[in-house]
Design a protein around this ligand. Structure first.
Ligand SMILES: [Zn+2]
Length: 148
């Protein structure tokens, strides 16, 4: 297996360590860099997995993109799509729910679409999740073309 960032050949212990912590194959240097980003932003590892899943499908996305007020888990700027990974569905309070709705409202007003994806979906249905995002991107592209 090779590093998803630099294509360096991974030795078995390197691969095992990266898969355990991130669920994706990264060399020691790139794993360290990713771990630092995750730590400073509280990024769920499913966001990292989805980021690389999208990359594999040819989609350029940004991890922890700063939109001016908050950090977005994954942003696909070309079609103004923001993706947030929900990690604690069972603990969703009404305060959190109204905050999410307000955030979505602000995004829409700025021309961005926000979708929230439960982390378990990425864990069990990564391929399907990526395919659906590709479909959403296609729809957004058509829409953006129509208004410009
Ligand atoms: Zn690397």
């Amino acid at each position: 297996m090779t590093c998803l960032e630099c294509s360096k050949q991974l030795d078995p212990s390197e691969e095992k360590a990266s898969m355990e912590v991130l669920g994706v194959q990264l060399c020691h240097a790139h794993k360290k860099r990713m771990a630092r980003l995750m730590e400073s932003h509280g990024t769920p590892k499913e966001a990292v997995q989805l980021y690389y899943g999208l990359k594999e499908a040819g989609v350029t996305a940004m991890l922890e993109w700063w939109d001016g007020t908050k950090s977005i888990d994954i942003a696909i700027s070309r079609v103004k799509l923001n993706i947030e990974i929900d990690t604690e569905y069972h603990m969703l309070t009404h305060e959190q729910a109204i905050n999410d709705l307000e955030e979505a409202m602000h995004s829409f007003r700025n021309g961005f679409t926000t979708i929230r994806i439960p982390h378990v979906l990425i864990k069990y249905y990564l391929k399907e999740t990526v395919n659906n995002i590709l479909g959403i991107m296609e729809g957004l592209r058509v829409h953006i073309k129509a208004i410009n």
